[in-house]
Design a protein around this ligand. Sequence first.
Ligand code: B3K
Ligand code: ZN
Length: 880
Amino acid sequence: PVPKLRADYAPPAYAIKKVHLDFALGADETTVTADLAVEPWDAGARTGDARADLVLDGEELTLDALSIDGTPLEPSAYSHGPTSLTIRGAALPAGAFTLRTVVRTKPRLNTALSGLYYSGRMLCTQCEAEGFRRITFFLDRPDVMAVYSVRMAGPQAAMPVLLSNGNLLKAGVDEARDGPGSHFAEWADPFPKPSYLFALVAGALQHISSSYVTRSGRTVTLNIYSEPESVDALEYAMGALKRSMRWDEEVFGLEYDLDLFNIVAVSDFNMGAMENKGLNVFNTACVLARPWSATDADYERVEGVVAHEYFHNWTGNRVTCRDWFQLTLKEGLTVYRDQAFSADMSSEAVKRISDVRMLRARQFAEDASPLAHPIRPESYVAMDNFYTATVYEKGAEVIRMYAALLGKAGFRKGMDLYFKRHDGAAVTCDDFRKAMADANGRDLAQFEGWYTQPGTPTVHATWAHDAGARTFSLTLRQVPPAAAGASAPPLHVPVAFALLRADGSGEALGERVLELTEREATFTLNDVEGEVVPSILRGFSAPVHLVAQRTDAELAFLMAHETDAFNRWEAANALMTRVLLGAADAGARREPLGEVPAVLLDACRATLVERAADRSLQALALALPDFDTLSSSVEVVHPQPLCAAIGWLKKGLAAALKPELLSVYAQCAADDAATAAYSPDAESIGRRRLRDACLSYLSALDEADTTALCMQQLKGARCMTDALAAFSAASRVSGPARLEASAIFADKVKDDPLALDKWYRTRAAADVPSALSEVRELMSLPSFSLTNPNRVRAVVGAFTALNHKTFHKEDGSGYAFTAQCVIDLDKINPQVAARLARSFSAWRRLEPASGALMKAQLEQLQRTPGLSRNTLEIVNTSLQ
Ligand code: B3K
Ligand code: ZN
């Protein structure tokens, strides 16, 4: 397949300004009649006398009729290939015209879940990035923006609810036109939009309804739809939606612009959710929440994703992307916005730490692999492969850096100018950067590097304190990542900095943002009295590896006295990382791992016994660095020694701190028992999070009393958070309690697909010797299916991402199993298969034996005939 290049962007030859779609809906077959108002893009569309051909995208469509301004086209006037319909320029009128196509599609056979497909009891659509072309022929690119109207008709009994974008104009029955038993609805969306934001849903849905009055007094009707059995799980999302609407008004001055906002929950969905104008479509996993099926983390995710999709109405829909290379323009910015929202709804520190943990585990790992790409990629084969941690999460970090440099008010000024200039248009990352620069009178030219360079830069920090001269100088030196090349120009790096008093009494010098723009720079601070300790990269102000030589004692000091909550956590994390990597090294050399260092034990004990105001922060400070983050910070990954080191440290800490763990567990559990109903507020979540962190450590001891504690929590569980934490903890023990817990949990969740996914996930992730055969067994159960992405992710995804020991088994069986899953899945759903294939991208950094085994699987995939271009792109890039 030929890649598309960013450098090749050219506007289309034609514009489509108006679209009317008429759907005759059926699950087996749907007929789509499209009337497109086409006109030349501009004078440049004509070269000499010859008119440009009109090349429409279209896939998996049966073409029944084709006419221009009412006149059917001669067969010689057009040609129809597997991915396009070309109408010869000579057959086109000179000015504007209406093109009508009539096509048929087969929703029930559409297991790729892109375009129009059938899920549960409903027909629904997913168009981003390039799914609209599977519904009708179109210029399926985001710079083609049109006003859409839709008429949809279908059987009233099977599809009582008929939804599309915008406002409902009319609904009723016209059996003469639509056939007996049919009804119809007509929708119109007044805002011009790219085709990727089109949506349609038809099915036997129920809904909850509410309303929201915007700041300017407009009343918006809010509906959330689901299949009937889930309608009791929608209230939380409704509240989250209203909070998002209020927040965007307060923080960015952005109001909703239609009279209606609909959300639909769909159980078969390739990703989290989709921001279609006025009709967001959600994976059930990101919208349904009730105490008995959703964990605290799920509640947080529902709130975050509802906000994210809602925020897209401005950052994505009103101002959209000119081309798909600009994806981070809407995604990085919208992730930044949803992160800020969630921080405001709960705790800024907890949110920031969780986000950075995720960034390091997923994005730093991606950046350290052959799949590394800039946040604005230079080329793609399958656009769907670029909905990555880099485009999203690193993209959000880049936005955060603008805010760090410009301040809150400056950032807001930039946003205001961005909307003023570009509302209703399809624009680029450069346009965003220019709005930020112009609104603040700043030169942000050097920021370009963040858009062009792949990889994670390293910043080395060294410092000197001259007590006599009372100066403190900090030297920062940036080293470009290998992926960007050694000669990559230096980046503009905001480094938030403060000086702490060495006696632990607070700050000697408050926070300021140092701007590192050279390869190396020294910042000298004057009037520094007394002994100080530098606090560097506060709040993780730039997505870099910071290298600062600190002794264990200094880290312990920072754990106790940092005034920046992120850096306080970071100190704990750095100390644990140091100990773990040392142990993994020893293991790789077949040396004994020894004892857990006293400095770490003492620090963890201090964290544990502290009566902290925020128990979530306490739990996070005790969280061990994860396998992926550790892997991306070493040159050569030895998977088995690394797993062994993590297990060793967990058990070592648990053994040394057992009394404290038991007592904190008991305190939190007692506090929790004293509360009435389940509530996902930050304090309750913190209580459960700390309790479950203790339980997880305790379960590592694999002793009779700790296992009993897991079983006790499982049996007495009052909500999914209680049950899942206990079941997960019990899944690691060696005795019969493991399967007993599995049976108890399975019985609780058997009728609830999302909760059942948690059972599957926990079983697939369990670190037990029989893991691989157990995973195979899971996949043979009647409730397992390769057509449901959530279930596939729960089993195969969890196995590859969480069950490190078995995935990386020395005999290669984990890799071979995963490769076969990729092949089987690729025939059903290329997007999901391609995502799974990413688990092989780390092969180059594995120790030679594992690396060779993994590479062999990639090569086998590469040779597999008929592999989708999605999966093939991941495989080819991984092998590069
Ligand atoms: N914009 C969608 C993602 C579409 C993914 C296409 N493969 C969800 C989101 O980021 O809000
Ligand atoms: Zn998004």
